[in-house]
Design a protein around this ligand. Sequence first.
Ligand code: NAD
Ligand code: ZN
Ligand code: ZN
Length: 389
Amino acid sequence: MKAALIKGPRNISYDTVDDPTIQDGRDIILKVTATAICGSDLHLYSGGIPQVRPMVMGHEFMGIVEEVGKGVNNLKRGDRVVVPFPVACGHCFFCQHDVPGNCENSNPEHYGPEGGLVTEKGGGLFGYSDLYGGYDGGQAQYVRVPYADYGPRIVPENLTDEQVLFLTDIFPTGYTGVDWGELKPGQTVAIFGAGPVGIMAAKSAILRDAGKVIIVDTLQYRLDKAAQLTGCHTILWEDGAKDVVAEIRDLTEGRGADVCIEAVGFEPSRNILEKAKAVINFEAGSVKVLEACMSAVRRSGYVSVLGVYPTTYDNFPIGQFFDKGIILRGGQAPAHKYIDMLMGYVAEGKVKLDDIITHRLPLSQIAHGYEIFNKKEDDCVKVVLDPWK
Ligand code: NAD
Ligand code: ZN
Ligand code: ZN
């Protein structure tokens, strides 16, 4: 089959690889009909999260069930499904507590070159490096989906692929940001990052009847898109965090936002890029956006960290966290927890997801897709790929 392989930093190739096969009774093989590039993929692309062995990328995908393992009774060949991005068993302590992104049956623990523990057992993701379980992803014609009796959701016939594709990740992720923030009707949310995740957080805040939705970004075209799609108030991050925080305070009677959502993530330092050849070598990325969130939130407010950070860091704003009594939550979004409710919103027409798509490409142009999405060229917001073109 054809697939997008990562072969090193900034090296994504359109290749021919073996078709996936059923390896466990709870597997299905999915014929992928639509797949997307996520901001999270850029952390692998940049080398910030290293991957040495070539691996099929992609965790935002949907398709038609091609083959069903003996233990999967809720799906049959021909069903059209969307697949939540965490690989999760459905039975372990964490899955039972609605945090499938921590599933302990999807990823072993990982140790660094000197033997120290880097990540604890748990947290497998599709197409997201050997550190996250080493599962081949869905930027391909076919993908093996483990624990398929727990993750995949059947899509109503009247909804198109593009209408539901973002239920795999970015819509549940954006919703997670407001839900972790316990956003109440009338409250103000400030979202840092007007990428796909930030825009989905804004759409989610509107669904929760937010009073004011503010979005911050360093790129004007992204802010324009966010304003056009959600009617949010926009702030351009030009000269630094100080001006942004001041403007958010002006909009919130000097107190700060009730909820801040970090939808940017770490920037790999040059150092990380140089060392990315090692299997495991995380170092601190930039935490300036996280610091701005902690400054822009009101005392006793909520900060949801959706942006991805590596496991080691420095400069964590512990002083603000403590002094202001901030309620902080972060991590992989529990997509399984929200997907059915959010699919209902899409089916009822309460929210539109496909309006963020700016580029539709054949999978054969995957390298170009990564390049423009990474460099934020050609007014790119979201790239969707057809694996059969
Ligand atoms: P993206 O790269 O398209 O968007 C990031 C946006 O942040 C860009 O528009 C960029 O211009 C903006 N930005 C950069 N510096 C900024 C600053 N100082 N202030 C404000 N904005 C700034 O990516 P995306 O797809 O929207 O994803 C965003 C983050 O969310 C990534 O880190 C991704 O890994 C993460 N993510 C997390 C989960 C989860 O489960 N927690 C799921 C999906 C994505
Ligand atoms: Zn993603
Ligand atoms: Zn589990």
